[in-house]
Design a binder for this molecule. Structure first.
Ligand code: HEC
Ligand code: HEC
Length: 299
């Protein structure tokens, strides 16, 4: 019967897809992880993933590197093991330590399969020849061995370990928030050494990424998003529309437009489930809230 060879071919094809890392899955993760937001200098019409975007931080200005497969200026000579080491350990092929402005403290929690998919996708993007621009940092922050100290204090390598007491949706949400979309990288305030401040997970920062205000997204009713319904949070993550009718601005608009808005409804629901489950933290970042909350605005 003619049907059988077709069926076998189909089975073989689906097996091949399941076996090797899938660039389409990598592209999906790539968006969710916001890699292109940092590695493309959109403001100056830069080529996709060729780097050169300036990241202004209180420590100095970082310029993202070229991660296209160009052999001389990008990752063309990298092996998959080099890429795994960069994301998992925050180290380059030559052993140098990366600055945490590359959010590997989050990406270290990615699964082996997802790192493989990201790598498979990265190999498919057009190579662009564009040399990296050195970071503009004060002299005392230039020696990379200093980063060993930072890592010892604040870096906890290893892929995400599901919490057996929680269901699959919650665990998917925790994985997306902690490992992929790295929400805490912006929404958790840092101390002077660039480590997360204890007890303020997702509690916002009045002068966070690029010096702007980053809201408290814990379920505290006065200073966080405790008054948002689940549906309101889901709508915001999909479209950027706040319950009060305002739309997301600044860096969050990028996170939504280039990333979250393209995720499956299930993944957005998982993120909302997890975010609404974190401990509420009283932490006022907007001046108007400080008056009503018991928290001190200055810290
Ligand atoms: C918040 C901005 C930001 C995001 C998001 C980001 N990166 Fe980066 N990335 C950087 C910076 C800055 C560096 C340079 C770090 C350094 O010089 O120590 C870097 C370095 C790298 C390197 C090392 C390149 C080299 O030449 O050594 C790789 C690989 C990389 N990023 C891949 C990714 C991937 C894949 C993603 C998404 C999963 C991603 N990055 C997301 C900012 C970012
Ligand atoms: C690159 C930095 C960055 C990342 C990453 C990021 N956010 Fe945001 N987020 C912001 C900024 C900045 C705002 C304020 C936007 C504005 O001014 O309209 C914001 C606003 C929000 C708000 C609205 C809160 C309010 O009170 O208006 C929610 C909810 C939110 N983010 C959730 C998330 C979640 C969930 C993630 C991860 C999936 C995430 N954010 C990742 C920077 C970030």
């Amino acid at each position: 019967m003619a049907r059988w060879p077709a069926l076998i071919a189909l089975l073989l094809a689906s097996h091949a897809l399941a076996a090797g890392p899938d660039p389409a899955a990598g592209e999906y993760l790539f968006r969710a992880a916001g890699c292109a937001n940092c590695h493309t200098d959109r403001e100056h019409g830069g080529a996709p993933l060729a780097g050169g975007r300036k990241l202004a931080t209180p420590l100095g200005d970082f310029y993202t590197p070229n991660i296209t497969p160009d052999p001389d200026t990008g990752l063309g000579r990298w092996r998959e093991a080099d890429f795994r080491r960069a994301l998992r350990e925050g180290r380059g092929p030559d052993g140098r330590h990366y600055y945490p402005s590359f959010p590997y403290a989050a990406y270290t929690h990615l699964s082996d399969a997802d790192i493989g998919a990201l790598w498979a996708y990265l190999r498919t993007v057009p190579p662009v020849r564009q040399a990296n621009r050195p970071h503009a940092l004060p002299w005392y922050l230039q020696p990379r061995p200093l980063l060993v100290g930072w890592k010892r204090l604040y870096f906890h390598p290893g892929s995400y370990v599901p919490d057996p007491r929680k269901d699959a949706t919650w665990n998917r949400g925790a994985y997306l928030v902690q490992a992929v979309a790295h929400c805490a990288e912006c929404h958790t305030p840092r101390n002077r050494l660039g480590g997360f401040r204890v007890g303020l997970y997702l509690a916002g920062d009045k002068a966070g990424a690029e010096g702007g205000l980053v809201p408290n997204i814990t379920p505290d009713k006065a200073t966080g998003i405790g008054r948002w319904s689940r549906g309101e949070l889901i709508d915001y993550l999909k479209t950027g529309m706040r319950p009060d009718g305002d739309s997301a601005g600044g860096l969050m608009a990028e996170v939504i437009d280039n990333g979250l808005s393209r995720l499956t409804p299930q993944d957005i629901e998982a993120i909302a489930t997890y975010v609404q489950s974190v401990p509420p933290v009283v932490h006022a970042v907007r001046p108007a809230e400080a008056k009503s909350a018991q928290d001190e605005f200055e810290y």
